[in-house]
Design a protein around this ligand. Sequence first.
Ligand code: HEM
Length: 184
Amino acid sequence: MPAPLLVTFAANDTGPWRIDRVDTVTGEGMAAARRLAVFESQAPSASEGEAWRLSGTTSNLRYTHRPEVQALTAIQEGLGRRQATRAALIPIRKSEAWWNLSQDERRACLEEQSHHIALGLEYLPAVARRLHHCRDLGGPFDFLTWFEYAPEDEGRFESLVRSLRGTPEWKYVDREVDIRLTRD
Ligand code: HEM
């Protein structure tokens, strides 16, 4: 497991990703902006016209069992592939009820009841992803989820997101914003 990496997503006028749409799925929305920059480790101070910034860190796995880790690492691909010119930044907050569950109850909900990992595996390697945690940093979300895929896989990504939103796990999601981007 690599050391935790602090990642900052900054919505501004100059970042390499063009923001195509910002959809409020659940709870409070976010301000519209033109572009997005992703900074790893050190982020520069906010530029003029920055609409918002969100930070999170990569972390160790919480719920994934060994055979799942093996299945994921066998097929998943990394970020930054040349053909992956589409991305999604989906910040998510889960309710107090989720955080009041025990670790084994959360795992059962995520996988045995919702099949999050099994479902997600069907979309690899087309979709590359990185999960950032931010609950302990005190921001407005618990997770910043980031995905990269090629334009021809956009429809499949939509179907993945739709399926996940219908699972028991998503009953605990009380804030979700879906931000779609193109690298131009
Ligand atoms: C967590 C896989 C897509 C949101 C996880 C975990 C795995 C995983 C293995 C558990 C990490 C751990 O053990 O701590 C995948 C795969 C996907 C996928 C293979 C296929 C592309 C998505 C999508 C979303 C999403 C599309 C959002 C719409 C999350 C969130 C967590 C998570 C919020 C953290 C859950 C928590 O800790 O409570 N995912 N996922 N995932 N995933 Fe996914």
